[in-house]
Every structure is written in C-alpha cells, then in structure tokens.
Ligand binder design. Sequence first.
Ligand SMILES: *Cc1c(COP(=O)(O)O)cnc(C)c1O
Length: 409
Amino acid sequence: MTDINVTRSTFDEVMVQVFAPANFVPDRARGSRIWDTDGKDYIDFAGGIAVTALGHAHPELLKVLQEQGEKLWHIGNGYTNAPVLRLAKRLTDLTFADRAFFANSGAEANEAALKLARRYAIEKFGPEKIEIISFTQSFHGRTFFTVSVGGQPKYAEGFGPQPQGIKHLPYNDLAQAREAIGANTCAVIVEPIQGEGGVLPADPAFLKGLREACDQHGALLIFDEVQTGVGRTGSLYAYMQYGVTPDILTTAKALGNGFPIGAMLTTDDIAAHFKVGVHGTTYGGNPLGASIAEKVVELISDPKLLEGVTQRSEAIKAHLARINERFSLFKEIRGTGLLIGAELADAYKDRAKDVLNAAAANGVIMLIAGPNVLRFAPSLIMPMADLDEGFTRIERAIAEVVGEAVAAR
Ligand SMILES: *Cc1c(COP(=O)(O)O)cnc(C)c1O
C-alpha cells in the first residue's frame, strides 16, 4: 500500500486521454472473475481483449513468473537466454515456421513482418517490388507503418506523410484481390478473422485464392494472428483450420496471457533477409516474458484444452441464440472458437456500447468490435458455471437495454 490515493477521476487528471475507460477500476482477478476497487464482482467475457486465454492468476503461470522472476528478468540482445530458445523451439515445432523473432506487442510483430517482407522482396526481386496489399476494416496495430497498412484510415490520418506503397481492398473479395496482386506486390497481409473490424471470418476460398495469387507473383502472404492465435479459434493457430499456410505469421495477445510479448514466425529462406543489425528490440525475447509464453504455449497446445474451446464456443452461441429468440437483438452471430461476434439488428444499430455498459452494471465485463458488434473473447478455460452465470447477467442487462428501447419508441 502507498499513500497516494487514486480513483477513476484521477485518469482524467493525469493520463493522456487516448482511452475512455469504464467508470469502475478493476483491482484483482482469478480465473474468469474480476473484482473492482469497491469489491464488486464481474464475470469476464473480454479476456483483456483476447489476451488472458488461461484466465487470471493461473497457478502454473504464477509459478513460472515467480521462479523466473528470481532468476533473470532481462539481459539485452547481446546475449541469448534459455527461456526464449525453448519458446522458439516450441513455436517452430508446432507451426510451419523455422524461425522466430520476438517483440513486445502485436504492432511490433507486424512492424517486423512488414519490414521483413519489404527487405525480402527488394533484395530478391528489386526496388519496384514494394506494394503491400491489405484489407479495409483490418487492424494491425498502432505504429505508423501498421496504422498505414491497417484498413481504418481514421487511425492513420493527421500524422503527416504516411508510408507509401500500400493498397486497401475489400475483405473477402477474391476477384479484386486477384486483379490487384501482380509483379510489384511485395506482400498481402490479412487477418483470418478480422477481430477489431467486427469479428468477420475470412471465406476459406478467399485465403486459398490469396495463397495462389501470392505464389504466382512471388509475393509473401502474411497472416496477422495476433487475435486469432494461441488457441483462440480452437486450433493453435487459425491457419491450421483453414488449411492455408502463410509465409509469415504474427502472434501476440494471448501469447503472454497478459505479459507483453509478440512474435513473428517465418521460414529459413525469408528469415535469412534479416541479418545482424537490420532489425531489433531492447525487451523482445526477454527471459521473463519468454518463460511465461513458453508455459502458455505448452498449456494451450494440449488437444484437450483445445477441445474445450469448441465446447465453450457452442455454449456461448447457444446462449446467444436463446437470447435472440427472446429479444430479436441480433442480426447475425458469427466467429469461430472463442472469438464470437453478435451483430446488432437494425432496431438496435450502434447500441453495442449501451449493452456493454448495462452488462458492467450487472457484473459482466464485455467487449465490443465497433459500434454494432458484441464480441466474446473469454478465457479458453472459462469455468462452465461462470459462463452460464455470466449469461444470466447478460440477459438481465439486455432486458434493460431492450426495455429502454421499447419505452423510447
Ligand atoms: C490487437 C491486434 C494488434 C495489435 O496488437 P498490440 O499488442 O495492441 O500492438 C494487431 N493485429 C491484430 C489482428 C490485433 O487484434
């Protein structure tokens, strides 16, 4: 305890106002339960934005944190360390990749992927091959390169000249993508399920078609699995379910279960274009983060755990369908595994934030994906009793919102 007294209103006094956080302050958590500073409990369907895939305070992660915390936190990139080597071995054994680069966030993993793709294409094919193809509504992070590549212009505008050579096409429109991918295409970057964009899954034929077009023109296919990765969709990475293998994959969010870590995975041939000094990071691959991520990957790659994702996914979809029968609130329920979106019907257009606020009042932490979509990204091991209790509370919250909507008519 310290003698500095803070409340939610302190945020408005001392924090840069890029966020508008909820009016309560989370204080502690276990599993899928969170308590705020007033002691009120919440059931967690947000997972810290698809991050805490093993819930809060997982005993095995606490053990690793404690043990590695006493051994070595940080050493810098003049040295390697055993945890990061073990993590790289695990990730390369479990995926298509031969090599890993570690960073501290999804944006940095994508930044590395985009820089590597440019290096590869320029060195292998020449200075003209720099065009990056991305998709509208996509999200790849908040660095200047990643917001420029991302498909939401409002995040990239107002900062002066943007990185050039980037083209945005409609998601899931294979004909347009085929037409655009050509001799000067360096890379295509795509989320297998657009997370921030509204939980929009790619059509399998779209990803297959992108793979073919990239192969035809010597372009690299980058899968941004920052949100879909580490078990979220019911396989370790979503590409495994689609049966389409990228050249570069980025992963973060759930990789550290809340400890900041991101990774870029790729093949020997492509990785060879990042030589000593070409790219780097101070914290990336530090032993503390790497030891936690290694345990996360070990636990989540267990087939039994992944089966549980499908089971919970079905339970959530059943609850949503039941609620929809009662209230006709949703236009569509979509997504795979524990990345589920429920798009609001026209009568409730742009009211996702109202549902989120009512849910919080009723003791549920929810997530939205844009103004119109409720997003569910809970712990992959959420206890079924919490899941069911959570939906009792969500239903109560929705009854309030719908009641208000009816009363307002
Ligand atoms: C969250 C997210 C990112 C950015 O990750 P940060 O850790 O916030 O930098 C990038 N891509 C996708 C698909 C994401 O969902």
